[in-house]
Ligand binder design. Structure first.
Ligand SMILES: [Zn+2]
Length: 85
């Protein structure tokens, strides 16, 4: 019976470990991103701005940099529909 119980315990431990890893990785990444990198990149051609992490954030035409979302909107830029800044 004890042998049969083992895999179940290991599976439970594995799930808990996965959740812990997920939690440890996900939470600091989000908070660090919000605090340090509140920068937005604007595409000077399409007049669309992106937030850090967007696949278009570092595009060749995204040379306009804004510190805040309001700054980007005030400059006539529209938020990207993918990253929703
Ligand atoms: Zn974007």
């Amino acid at each position: 019976m004890t042998v049969l119980k083992m895999p179940k315990n290991i599976r439970t431990a594995w799930i808990v470990l996965c959740w812990m890893l997920l939690f440890m990785h996900a939470v600091p990444a989000v908070t660090a991103e919000d605090k340090e990198l509140s920068l937005y990149h604007g595409n000077k051609q399409s007049k669309v701005f992106h937030r850090k992490g967007c696949r278009y954030y570092d595009c060749s035409k995204c040379s306009a940099v804004f510190k805040t979302r309001a700054e980007a909107v005030g400059a006539g830029y529209k938020p990207c529909k993918i990253c929703k800044p």
